[in-house]
Ligand binder design. Structure first.
Ligand code: SF4
Length: 460
């Protein structure tokens, strides 16, 4: 395998990325749009881009992901894609009848300079957008940022288009979900309901990308945040935005446009981040934390105590998205593990500062980096210099796991070689128990597989 040629020696690189720890902006835009009820994502670019975005989402969620494309050809690449998009809008409303088309750009349409706002405006002027239907657009050039940037841009675009303040405050809290699984979105709603808080979760891919098998195909499943709900977010008391990279832009937009103040918190992964999330909910909803939530926390602390002797001091390498990595690394530090190598392909200055705070003096040997050159190649080089006990990240780590013989927990996006991951939450106190169970499971499987005969134990 090609990774066997990875060298130990790390050389400074300024232009070359090898095996990036990220994917492309429109995939995030597409995922965010799928979290809106009755919405069809539309890729303004070539068919190849759209196929890639759809297939990555389909392979991760194991659900058919629908999206349309402007189908650029050589002509549109030279003369611009306006005619294609106008025709597409006409066809899509006529044939597939969505409530909303969420258009995102691609590298190609951005490079040739297509102005999505102007084209959508022309579609409206030309009467191609039927009464009561909507076209939302977001700029998502993939040569900057990552899939996380695309997600954030599309979430912001929806807020900009729909949310509206009528000066009639509703006793409701907005929850801007970061990029998490449908099961996580369901779990966030469950926690909020336990706290007796009326909320709008946006985007919400539960019951969209984890629908029950009924034998009948539904192009627009029952899930997703509705247009009315997104509009009403402008009248909410407060916004709790999960994840600086995924949700901050939309929270600022809501604040500026509708005067809804926000509190920015991490995605509730692990003990401390869930504590902060629950506290933020309690403050935003002006409610106290119920005993049922404290009991869930207590169960997590009990499991941490049971597992501590096995997990203590284990060296871990992680890769993925900043909003997931920060609370996850903090969780590992909380339970006395050693997250020593961390990379994220998503740029953003806050990463290094926040990661340094999280790791503090507890893991002084930790190496972490984000941006284009923070790739899987660098991660592999670090591991070759000094190995780790555990890998945590998306499917692309399986090559390192196989080459170096290191136990591997799949977490993040995309997971292309396993099924079922999107049905079990990793957020909240219960989700943290699942993370612990997965980590200990692979570590003990390794111990069983490699223990000499005389040390192979029934009870561990
Ligand atoms: S060309 Fe750009 S938008 Fe299209 S798939 Fe590649 S990175 Fe993504």
């Amino acid at each position: 395998m090609i990774l066997r040629h990875t060298t130990k020696e790390v050389k400074e690189r300024s232009a070359l990325t090898v095996n990036p720890a990220k994917t492309c902006q429109p995939i995030g835009a597409m995922y965010a749009a799928l979290g809106v009820h009755g919405c069809l994502p539309h890729s303004h670019g070539s068919q190849g881009c759209c196929s890639y975005h759809r297939s990555t989402l389909t392979r991760h969620y194991k659900e058919p992901v629908m999206a349309s494309t402007s189908s650029f050809t050589e002509g549109s690449s030279v003369f611009g894609g306006q005619a294609n998009l106008l025709q597409a809008i006409d066809n899509i409303f006529g044939i597939y009848d969505p409530d909303i088309i969420a258009v995102h750009s691609t590298c190609l349409s951005e490079t040739i300079g297509d102005d999505l706002g102007q084209i959508v405006g022309k579609a409206k002027d030309d009467g191609k957008i039927p009464e009561g239907k909507h076209v939302v657009q977001a700029s998502t050039p993939s040569y900057v940022g990552s899939h996380v940037t695309g997600y954030a841009n599309m979430v912001e675009a929806f807020i900009k288009y729909f949310s509206f303040n009528t000066n009639e405050k509703i006793r409701q809290v907005n929850l801007l979900s970061g990029w998490v699984e449908p099961s996580d979105m369901r779990e966030i709603k469950r926690i909020t309901e336990m706290m007796n808080i009326k909320s709008v979760l946006f985007p919400d891919t539960s019951d969209v990308l984890d629908t029950p098998m009924t034998g009948k195909y539904q192009m627009y499943p029952k899930g997703g945040t509705t247009v009315d709900e997104i509009v009403s977010m402008g009248n909410s008391m407060k916004t709790v935005a999960m994840g600086e990279w995924c949700s901050k832009k939309a929270a600022i937009m809501l604040d500026n446009k509708c005067k809804v103040p926000f509190s920015l918190t991490d995605i509730p992964i692990g003990l401390s981040a869930t504590d902060r999330f629950v506290q933020a909910l309690s403050t935003a909803g002006k409610v106290s934390i119920p005993d049922s939530i404290s009991e869930e926390r207590g169960r997590l602390v009990d499991v941490i105590t049971d597992m501590h002797q096995y997990l203590y001091g284990k060296r871990v390498a992680l890769w993925g998205d900043p909003d997931t990595l920060l609370p996850l690394v903090e969780f590992l530090v909380d339970i006395d593990m050693k997250p020593v190598y961390i990379v994220s392909g998503t740029p953003g200055k806050a990463f290094e500062k926040r990661m340094a705070e999280v790791l503090g003096e507890k893991v002084p040997e930790a190496k972490f980096k984000n941006g284009p050159q923070a790739d899987m190649f660098l991660m592999h080089q670090w591991i070759k210099e000094e190995p780790v006990d555990l890998l945590i990240g998306n499917t692309y780590g399986k090559y390192i796991s196989r080459d170096e013989g290191i136990p591997f927990v799949r977490m993040g996006f995309p997971i292309l070689d396993r099924i079922g991951h999107s049905y079990f939450p990793t957020v909240g106190y219960s989700g943290a128990i699942r993370i612990l169970e997965k980590m200990l499971g692979v570590l003990m499987d390794r111990q069983d597989a490699t223990a000499p005969e005389e040390s192979f134990e029934l009870v561990m």
